[in-house]
Design a protein around this ligand. Sequence first.
Ligand code: 4AD
Ligand code: MG
Length: 434
Amino acid sequence: MALPVVRIADIAQYENQDVELRGWLYSRRSSGKLHFLQLRDGSGIIQAVVFKGDVSPELFTQADHLGQETSLLVRGTVRKDARSPLGFELGVKDLQVVHAADGYPITPKEHGVAYLMENRHLWLRSTRQNVILRVRATVVKAIRDFFDNDGFTLVDAPIFTPAACEGTSTLFEVPYFDLGQAYLTQSGQLYMEAAAMALGKAYCFGPTFRAEKSKTRRHLTEFWMVEPEVAYMTLEEDMVLAERLVSSVVQRVLEKHGAELKGVLERDTSKLEAVKAPFPRITYSEAIERLQKAGHPAQWGDDFGGDEETVLANQFDRPVIVHRYPTDLKAFYFKRDPANPKVALGMDVLAPEGYGEIIGGGQREDDLATLEARIEEHHLPKEAFGWYLDLRRYGSVPHAGFGLGVERTVGWLCGLHHVRETIPFARMMERITP
Ligand code: 4AD
Ligand code: MG
């Protein structure tokens, strides 16, 4: 009789029943008459206990010689087991090797990160990476749900683009037939501005590319960003949208993964529980004062790097919003503050605990002549922005939006040292494999 094929995550529904599990051998140990196989199937890990008295002598010997990551079908009875983190174990009656693995490169001993990154295609099978991948998926889903339930329409931005959005220094060039040079998108924002004028509230969510020569723990050359854009929205309302989004993503991750964050990733989740709107807001000028008071040599006009962001963020128990940065530090599209044109109507959300900027955004310049002048000042090719300027020619309105980086957000929520573990296959200056 065929047994029900069950995923380990659903095992509780099968107490005292015979089932078939399909997975891989994570690890094993033996003590005389018993072999303990840790079987993983992607949804969880269960201890499968092979008792000498329950199986044939051949099978009992075979179970003691299985290589790590051997793929297996295991059949047996689901038993309650208070000592196991899962709450259940499997009393094995039969097992069948699908493919015998030998010499798996990632053993339970400690490996260096460089080695693990080189074996990323296999490293993904580890318990830690499994949790991180699933937290990432939850973050993506929570973001989508937030916008879909808030009147936004998903609008996909192109990845091949004719011009820079975030400054020309970090563009990846791609030869594009007879049309010359195209670039991989740095941000879908300019297209979302067009979409916001069409739909009122729009967002894009996809990969973006930066040829940044930064080897920091926060930089990837390919990362995922969600970018909402809203017509008739001001900077102040933009900040409210950002804090609502972040709080809702954090809540969802805590609900779904709180136990794994604590148990597997050793994340102090009490720090995440504090993340509720409203977030504190400080101007850039106040930020400079705070840095100076903290003994940091920052001067008005300096851009913030990881160090400055960490000093500031450490002064708060939840993300802090820094707004009104110097115009000179910001991209051409930012609207200047009418009350003080030296500063731009932009904001960054800095995550706590040194995870740095997770959101950047603000209100856009909506006046045609001013925007034309900004494009010139920034030495950008005016031809490429013809369509973008049309948005200021026909029914221009105040509008704002932002971009949230998925990897930095996942890194913060999981408490990871480096963003390379937050994306399945990281792309960095010095890595393009596997
Ligand atoms: O601050 P950024 O550059 O803003 C924009 O691109 C705007 N056009 C977004 C908008 O207003 N629609 O990037 C936004 C976020 C950052 O806060 C950070 O979380 C992430 O994108 N980010 C990176 N993440 C990983 N690696 C990199 N190299 C990143 N650069 C930016
Ligand atoms: Mg930024």
